[in-house]
Design a protein around this ligand. Structure first.
Ligand code: ATP
Ligand code: MG
Length: 326
């Protein structure tokens, strides 16, 4: 596996994972783990910008680790680890901060969105893209599978790598984002981006009741059953794209366009298909939940390996920037 290309991505332990995380990012982690030397982490340093309850953060970390295993990440093929087990990323982020301008980071969409909602935004949210650049570049990642919302952050990582290489000489690989064009952004039950922090999710391991409640919350317009409907403008149909397959999907689209299906029936079909998709995942997760000792062991081993690799890269970086005294 040594000459395989390197894949790196992560998810924040900032709440319950949802089907947006799965279709946007995790599915790619699983599908690509045979092809790449894969590193998938739990972004606990990142989550500190929003989760400041230690007990909650600790539980979330284990939960994401279980989730990774439940969707099919294989620790024999993928190094699964906690971001904070490689504290070198914070050191590298600082080095990147020193070569990045404020106006450049102020253009980041995620920062602008967060700032629009809350003026008391913390410095961590502002610097987030540079910590993410450090996560990626410290591992010499070739590819970074992410959802569309993270595209700009991977572009920032590319810019930072180029800038560092210009100043200090060739050091970092330029990573490529892997974004599924068919997925882009999975909408939440309110039509906005599905996000752990927006309370608009369909949890990836939801109970049948949670699935029903979430789907029933999806707002629709007031068109009657027989009226033609634009499937592309409907929040329910947007979710059918992920779990309704084959002829059923085509028939549904035809009925939307011709008229003959109401939103209630469309929701019922969506609930049925979500239950079919989620039930086996939930069952796999339940088995893993019973043996968290093994999960902790996997994290520990992954953390050790990830740390060794990060330290090796940082030795090179420290030499390049002139802080090593021999
Ligand atoms: P938070 O609200 O705390 O930011 P999140 O739901 O956005 O949580 P992240 O941990 O920030 O999740 O992102 C993990 C991965 O999931 C990223 O690759 C991100 O692009 C992807 N992702 C998150 N939400 C969606 C979505 N709605 N559609 C597609 N991909 C998504
Ligand atoms: Mg996010």
């Amino acid at each position: 596996m040594n000459d395989s290309k390197i894949l790196l991505s992560g998810i924040q332990p900032s709440g319950q994972l949802h089907i947006g995380n799965y279709f946007g990012a995790m599915k790619q982690f699983v599908d690509l783990q045979n092809e790449y030397d894969s590193f998938i982490f739990i972004a606990d340093f990142h989550a500190l910008t929003t989760v400041q309850n230690p007990k909650e953060l600790n539980e979330n970390i284990i939960n994401v680790a279980i989730d990774y295993l439940a969707v099919g990440l294989d620790p024999q093929k993928t190094t699964i680890f906690k971001q904070s087990d490689s504290p070198q990323v914070t050191e590298l982020a600082w080095i990147f901060e020193a070569i990045t301008t404020m106006p450049y980071l102020m253009r980041a969409h995620a920062f602008k969105d967060a700032e629009a909602k809350n003026k008391d935004i913390n410095v961590g949210v502002f610097n987030y893209p540079l910590l993410m650049a450090a996560d990626i570049l410290i591992r010499d990642a070739d590819v970074v599978p992410v959802g569309f919302d993270q595209k700009q952050h991977v572009e920032i990582a590319r810019d930072v790598a180029e800038k560092f290489n210009r100043i200090y000489g060739e050091t970092f690989k330029i990573p490529e984002p892997l974004i599924l064009e068919t997925v882009k952004t999975v909408p939440g039950t309110d039509g906005q981006k599905m996000s752990k922090s927006h309370k608009n999710t369909i949890p990836l391991f939801a109970t049948n009741q949670e699935i029903k409640d979430a789907v029933m919350r999806i707002p629709t317009d007031s068109k009657g059953i027989e009226e033609p409907k634009n499937p592309e403008a409907d929040n329910i149909f947007a979710l059918h794209k992920f779990v309704t397959e084959g002829p059923e999907f085509g028939e549904l689209r035809d009925k939307y366009e011709a008229g003959g299906i109401g939103y209630k029936e469309s929701k019922e079909i969506l609930i049925k298909n979500l239950i079919a998709f989620i039930t086996p995942l939930r069952e796999r997760r339940k088995i893993l939940e019973e043996d968290t000792a093994s999960v902790r062991e996997i994290l520990k081993e992954g953390g050790k390996k990830a740390n060794e690799r990060a330290e090796e890269k940082m030795r090179e970086v420290r030499n390049k920037i002139g802080i090593t005294i021999s």
